[in-house]
Design a protein. Sequence first.
Length: 158
Amino acid sequence: MGSGNGNTVRFGRGIYSPQPDISVGPYSLEEGIDLNEEYISLYQQHKNFFDLCEKSHIENCIAVTNSYFAKFDVGYNTNPRCFIAIEIERSGSSKHLLGDLVNAASLGKIGIVIAWNDEVLRKFMRILEYFAFLKETKRLPFASTNLLLMTSDQISQM
C-alpha cells in the first residue's frame, strides 16, 4: 500500500500528485479555497478520538525511542488538501515509508499513519525522529508535527 502514482495537469505540465490510501473530506482541491477553520472545527468536534490517537502516538514514540520527540500540532499544515490523510503500511523500504509520511503530512490537516507490525512501526519512528532532528538543527523547514503514528491494533481498538 502507499501513496498512489497519479498525475495532475497544472499550468500546462504534468506533476506528481500523490494520493493517500484513505482520505477524509471536506476537500480543498481548488486554488484559493481555504478550509482551515472548518478543519479545526471538525478536529474539535472529534477531539476525544484524536486524543486517543495522540495517546497511542505518544506511547509508540516512547516505546520505540524512549522519548516523545514527535509532538502533535493540528495547526501545522496550513494548506492541506483534505481533513485527514491516512497511509497504511504492512511492509516496505525506508524510502517507501518516507513517502508515506510526507504524503500524509502534506495532504492532510491531520495525517494518520498506520503501521501494520512492529518492524514497520520502528522504521516509521526512526524516520520521524530524523525529521525532528532536521527541523531542530534548521536543516529542513518541513515538520511532521501534524502526524499521528499508530499501529493497526491500536486503531482497531478505537
